[in-house]
Design a protein around this ligand. Sequence first.
Ligand code: MEV
Length: 374
Amino acid sequence: VSERRAPIGAEDAAFGGGKIILLGEHAVVHGKPAIAAGIARGVRARARALGPGDPGGDRLRVSPWGVDVGPARAGAARDGAPRDGAAGDAVAGDGAAGDAAARDGAAGDGLARAFAALLDALDADRAAAGLPPRPRLRVDAEVGLPGGAGLGCSAALGVAVVRALDAATGTPRDEAGVVARSLDWERVFHGTPSGIDNTVAARGGLVWFSRGEGGLRVEPLVPRTPLRLVVADTGLPGATRETVASVRRQLERAPERTQKTLDAIETVVRNGRVAIEGGDLRGLGQLLDMNQWLLASLLVSTPELEALCASARAAGALGAKLTGGGGGGCMIALAEDEAHAEHLAIVLGGRAREAFVVTVGRAAGRGEGKGAGR
Ligand code: MEV
């Protein structure tokens, strides 16, 4: 059964943005700094309070995945719902949910559990603030970026849903609160996320992110020269959960070697900050390449990502690397300027599922140009 819905308009929708990691993914999970930027693509969501005459309970519908879930709480299946897929009857979809959503590990059961986590937290937050119980809610989300591709789709969805729930229920929450709630959501999908994806999804811009013993530190960065990057999608599913687990295993089994690699990534990230703030695009490009070699040595790259990086370099990119969790998904290439970025997008677009230009460093910090695709 499908219901016709109007597209979610930009003006009244809650938004969570996608992101690219310029330098430092994976090492950031282990307390190292990383540099990431919000992109214009993301997820819009709107929540509507159901009236007394409206049937049904809380629902989250995600298009274009065709996913329609109710909240699934731990133990619910044991209480009678079918065990298959953990969410039992909480999940309905048209089957097409598979591709995009499953690429993100975000298909049905994960979404249902993550949705339940947000609703439970919302109820607790409202009770703590002395607010009355909320109505049943219907959330519609529209995903505007590839899922499971290293662009922070699940975090963008989490941020958009948190904001939509808050808007529909008049629940006040500042940006730090949105970041905290969306991290609960991310944990369902990615196990032990560093928090970089949902932080950038909530705030956008170019940021220096570090998570150490002193807690979370997020600083805005201002590039001296705008960065023109091309994002290209291999079209193959990324595997953040698995690649993060694999790096953790390497740390356990070969601590010295793996730690050295993470330390080397940290040096690359620190030098990257200097290059960004000093407008040294060539230096930054070399650092992207170095970061890619280090990531490959952690076994999180793939032949397809390497091939796109090689094509980008052959077409004059200043540097290229995978972005996000790897194991599939997207890569980024640094261009010399806008015209070169458009050229690179065409070259990579011919070899990738899709390629598009991202400009980092314009006033709003989110910017996207023309794209091309296979
Ligand atoms: C995923 O976008 C980035 C990783 O470093 C994981 C994380 O930071 O949570 C691979």
